[in-house]
Design a protein around this ligand. Sequence first.
Ligand code: HEM
Length: 303
Amino acid sequence: MLMMMPKVMELLNIKLFDKTSKFFLKSIVLNSMKMREEKKIIRPDMVHLLMEAKKGTLTHTDNDKDTAGFATVEESSIGMTTTKRSWTDTELVAQCFVFFVAGYEGIANAANFFLYELMVNPDIQEKLYEEITESHQNLEGKSLNYETLQKLKYLDMVVSEFFRKWSGPALDRICTRDFTLKYDGDKEYTFKKGDMIWIPTVTYHHNPKFFPDPEKLIPERFSDENKHLIQPFTYAPFGLGPRNCIASRFALMEIKSILYHVVLNFHLEPTEKTQIPLKMGKGFIGPISDKPILIQLRPRENK
Ligand code: HEM
């Protein structure tokens, strides 16, 4: 989506953002880089990485084999060459834009649907509460940390299932060379260089052949006993291959921490106005609800 969107917009001559917003983002990113350059400021953050990329001094380090849960995408070595190229200002700003959209809007939207699911599945909510409250007690007053979050197996199963049910619609690719795909024995199809391809992840995630009773939230699909039954490439909430989501670990950690704190402290309940079942609205990139999702948070007692 991220890759193809600019090409589609260009073809249709559609502008996504107004001039003021574009100018705002461009100036905060570029001015910040200019100031760091002038004052020789180095900070361990994304702006610094982008500045390195611009100079062509950024190298790929292959030292993160950690996972943040079942849904984490494995790094792919395909195409992992360090090519020296100079980045335009627009490309640098575009990276920051993706981080803003994915980091805030993407996570907030996912959390919306996930909390809705917990609200309409009180059994799962309670089972999750039991796991979280036990871990909270074991922390003996210390703050939640990454290692503790990683040990919560049921939370990982629930989150994996959320991402199955509420993933974005598709992955996209542009063909870089002609390629003939052979399938079903004697059939074949040739993709041409420049062809745009959509890989409809959501149809795999909701196909009963791969995930029986797909509209039902069943975290046990991702239990230690069952997860090996998931067919490769039928589950890809963070994409696949060298252009998968660079933030799958971070996003999983963020979502899990949000759920941890909400479930630990509140009962999630519907209000009179909550729309159940949820009707979907017309979306742009990810799932979107027709009406705002209303959830009542009732503080938990006896923690
Ligand atoms: C709800 C959480 C998120 C989901 C479900 C998600 C999902 C995805 C998917 C499906 C892709 C396309 C992968 C492919 O084509 O194979 C993608 C790409 C990307 N995501 Fe995420 N994402 C999430 C959060 C984030 C966050 C928090 C960030 C950054 C802070 C981020 C940054 C990116 C970037 C930069 C790409 C483009 C990678 C590339 O083209 O090489 N995402 N994401």
